[in-house]
Design a protein around this ligand. Sequence first.
Ligand code: GLA
Length: 439
Amino acid sequence: MSSVRATVLGQERARGRNLKLAVGLLLAVLAGPGVSALDNGLALTPTMGWLHWERFTCNVDCQEDPENCISEQLFMQMAELMVSDGWKAVGYEYVCIDDCWLASQRDENGRLKADPKRFPNGIQHLANYVHSKGLKLGIYQDVGTHTCAGYPGSYGYYDIDAQTFADWGVDLLKFDGCNYKNLESLKEGYRHMSFALNNTGRRILYSCEWPLYIRPFQQPNYTEIRQYCNHWRNFGDIFDSWNSVKGILAWTASNQESLVPAAGPGGWNDPDMLVIGNFGLSWEQQITQMALWAIMAAPLFMSNDLRHINPQSKSLLQNKDVIAVNQDPLGKQGYRLRKEKDFEVWERPLSNLAWAVAVLNQKEIGGPQNYVFSISVLGKGLGCSPACHITQILPEKKELGLYEWTSHLKVRVNPTGTVLLKLKPIQNESGCFQLPHLR
Ligand code: GLA
């Protein structure tokens, strides 16, 4: 047990509280990477689900726009579709409410309440419905006095709010960082809510935005943040545009030295929602988002309208091979390996000595471009040593065959698109690596 983990647990004991999550602790320790994580046993692989914000924002006008306003009906419809349209079967599990679900005031006991017009049956009823579908419910609050959209925040009410969420049967809390008093109270608030959630005894996945809000003033301490959060946003909000997706990728690559070691089972960097299936990304750009979110071991929260999604986007979001890369149990985040003219090569180590490799063509003019590179640069020189079998996963599945360490690979990539590959080392029956022609 690391000294940081010991300190955190010690602090908790000192507060006379029990985690009651021994199983979770054991799982997290068994699966744990070098840096220890929040001991609630959750998010051992990146969380998958649906979150309303990017697509439905703060639409509270149910009179004018009943189909798209933030209401219990919206979440019930999404929950139903997540089961009937195969989303749950491939791993999307959490149906998540973002900002703008609250009434403008707390109740007479200081407890949060949902807007009574838009959530007439309350959140507990919605949680029961979501659970009846075999899914989990996520909710949103803020560490400060108000949420980003101006609804009552949790500041001064962390314990009451955590208990309220637990009483309602909530399974995930997205905890935003708007309207905080000062940096110290922001950090203290994130820590306090983590303890408060654990103290309820209910397993509630804790999604933070802590590093995003402190980064303008100081470098986030990821060792500490991992102790408290299951994932954390580092960068501004995603928009439904290529500019936004490419900005997130560029920022992530330029900060990968600090981000990549922070990720692992139990705690993940969160580059924000998948906007696949909406209006702003071309087909190639949707492929790029899916492939790179898999390489980055990112939580996969779709923010789209599952009632009206085109079959192509749906099949991309439900692609089992890409999801398997994202959910790989080794739990190591990938990184940008090289940037050469308009091409970027990203790679991610996977379990069983396999690697995922993404080749992205950043050129925004012209047609498909060839990129040829030496196999020996991949996987720290070991990805294909002495040989490997390469499968192309995206844009479509294709067996590319056997490659020796000395060979080159040529991929053809459309502008702003990505080719995603999986490399498997060649082994003989006794588990030793062997060149294919020697077998
Ligand atoms: C912030 C968050 C977003 C969303 C909005 C809601 O901007 O970063 O993801 O939750 O608040 O107001």
